[in-house]
Ligand binder design. Structure first.
Ligand code: ZN
Length: 277
């Protein structure tokens, strides 16, 4: 697995002290590029958390058009459900459908848990952190009416009912809200500037003892150097609005024209840098 030359997304679900969370974390080789954490309703099962983690990872891959990606889970039951020919649960079928529709390629891989794999360990840690998020980010709680009507059945088949619940607007609303919030700063490439920094040499040097000098040979490969100064990327700045040199990073990102070329720049940088790892 370590030799794979594509993006790897590790997913994990966790239940701790009655709270449930899940996560996905994006790696290229051993460079962590991004992650997301989600807290689920307390009555969610770990299975459901594992499935949601995979579902969110698939959505993320599609939204960012990340090409060929390997999604790696230690949940045998989630992966078995996703590979079964006959499957009744909507959520599972929707994920399968999303994977099929994706124009890149998404492969699902199982990994044995707690074997010291860097990505699996990191996902395990993030999933535990996700249980501590104060607001539920994804909610499947059935309405009071549903609980009254369905009585004990809903407790017995709680997760199934919550999946069915996903057909109604509330599920979509919760998810859409989440996705919209993410979209402000949720772009995979823009996140390299704002949070992850995984693709910048300065960051890699700190964590992997690699050379921090930019490939232009002039300066440390910091976020600001690459975006504003580095001569390698001059062509990407040609159509930027005047005065961009004085703009803050945040204002630059929020400028539509700059944002588009920054995405392209970061895409190129990612390919360039990660092939060197
Ligand atoms: Zn440079």
């Amino acid at each position: 697995m370590e030799e794979m030359k594509c993006l790897m997304i590790f997913t994990d679900g966790s239940k701790m002290d009655g709270r449930v969370g899940c996560t996905f974390v994006v790696f290229y080789n051993k460079t962590e590029l991004d992650y997301r954490k989600f807290r689920l309703n307390d009555s969610s099962t770990v299975f459901m958390a594992e499935v949601i983690a995979i579902q969110q990872a698939v959505q993320y891959v599609k939204a960012n058009d990340l090409g060929q990606v390997n999604i790696i889970s230690d949940s045998r039951s989630a992966l078995m459900a996703l590979s079964a020919v006959e499957e009744a649960r909507d959520i599972i079928n929707n994920i399968k459908e999303d994977i099929k529709e994706y124009k890149g390629k998404i492969a699902l891989t199982w990994i044995r848990a707690h074997m010291g794999n860097f990505g699996n360990e990191r996902a395990d840690q993030l999933a535990e952190e996700a249980t501590l998020i104060s607001d539920e980010t994804i909610s499947f709680v059935p309405s009071r009416n549903q609980i009254r009507n369905e009585g004990n059945k809903i407790i017995k088949d709680l997760w199934q009912n919550r999946w069915n619940d996903s057909k109604n607007a509330r599920w979509n609303k919760n998810l859409t809200d989440k996705v919209n919030v993410d979209r402000l700063y949720g772009d995979f490439y823009i996140n390299q500037i704002l949070t992850a920094h995984g693709v910048f040499r300065e960051h890699q040097a700190r964590f992997f003892k690699k050379m921090s000098l930019c490939s232009c040979g002039q300066e440390t490969g910091s976020v600001l150097h690459v975006i504003k100064e580095c001569e390698i990327w001059t062509s990407y700045r040609k159509n930027w609005p005047s005065g961009w040199q004085l703009m803050s990073l945040k204002d630059s990102i929020n400028n539509a024209v700059i944002r588009i070329s920054l995405r392209e720049l970061l895409h190129e940088l990612l390919i360039k840098e990660l092939d060197l790892l």
